[in-house]
Design a protein around this ligand. Structure first.
Ligand SMILES: [Zn+2]
Length: 305
């Protein structure tokens, strides 16, 4: 569970207007061939397969299967497995972040991340959007960066473990993987090399409305919006503003430019979030494509800076 700290700041009519306008605003015009695109059908297929594993909470058989699934899809890549122990309210649990590294020509790193665990202690829960969509889209992004000489910053893809709280969301229950990795990278002197960190969470919602998350770094968030606008996707972004505790926070606190790309309103009144209703039929290839393309476009823009 992510805590919403600030209530909606946009006027209701503005949200409604944005929702009405958005379908018509998706560009169908062919884009220049230099515009990078993800394979959204493949990202959707990955989401389907990860979701089919079922419950993926830390310490569970489904969690282990998900680790194998990620490993299998990153075969041959430079992958670091960052094993650590989370001290949770139900005891110590072994956890693991995955970091896939794709070298670039420019000094510096762009981190793109998401979490792969699902909510703890829920029955009949498969987390298609919350956990599934980010796991899958990161694997599709890996397909885009693999085997290429990246003309720009290196790209590191991170699958965080143990984002979800085990009991109640507090400063010490939740964000286990990101807190661990931010601290590890701080000790290694790596944080200053990170030019930008884009976190993806709950981005598969078929009714996509990415929030303007107010703990995020403004210039990076503005760049994401510019990227979305360039692709004709702007109406899917930033219709409302709110603060969310998520895996970017440990990095923000240590001065790493970070943006949380998240749609926190999942289903009517957020009624699918952390419930058995978070199923694959609520996720769309189109939404995965919109976010994936926007991320690739942002990377391209960062490389030009
Ligand atoms: Zn969650």
């Amino acid at each position: 569970m992510k805590r919403v700290l600030v209530v909606w700041v946009m006027l209701v009519f503005a949200i409604c207007a944005a929702a009405d306008a958005k379908k018509a605003q998706v560009s169908t015009k062919p884009l220049p061939t230099t515009t990078p695109r993800v394979n959204s059908a493949r990202a959707m297929q990955y989401t389907r397969e990860v979701t089919a594993i079922g419950n993926r909470q830390i310490g569970s058989p489904g969690h282990k299967k998900t680790e194998d699934y990620i490993r299998e899809h990153l075969k041959g890549d430079n992958v670091e497995e960052d094993v650590f122990t989370a001290q949770t309210p139900v005891g110590a649990i072994s956890c693991r972040n995955f970091i896939a590294k794709y070298p670039g020509t420019k000094d510096g790193i762009i981190v793109i991340s998401g979490h792969y665990d699902t909510n703890y202690g829920l029955k009949n829960y498969v987390g298609a959007n919350d956990g599934g969509s980010s796991t899958a889209l990161l694997l599709e992004l890996a397909n885009q960066f693999r085997g290429k000489k990246l003309e720009g910053y290196s790209v590191w893809l991170v699958w965080f473990d143990a984002e979800e709280a085990v009991k109640d969301w507090t400063a010490t229950d939740g964000l286990y993987g990101s807190r661990h990795l931010a601290n590890k990278w701080r000790q290694a002197g790596l944080l200053t090399k990170i030019k930008a960190h884009m976190l993806l969470d709950m981005i598969g919602d078929a009714d996509l409305n990415v929030d303007r998350e107010t703990n995020s770094t403004s210039w990076l968030q503005d760049l994401v919006y510019q990227a979305a606008t360039k692709l004709g996707y702007q109406s899917y972004f930033f219709g409302r503003s709110l603060a969310i505790d998520d895996d970017h926070i440990p990095f923000v606190q240590l001065g790493v430019p970070s943006v949380d790309i998240i749609d926190m309103n999942y289903g009517p009144g957020d009624s699918y979030h952390h419930t058995p209703k978070d199923t694959i039929d609520k996720v769309s290839a189109k939404s995965l494509g919109i976010v994936g393309d926007t991320v690739l476009q942002t990377v391209q823009m960062l490389n030009k800076n």
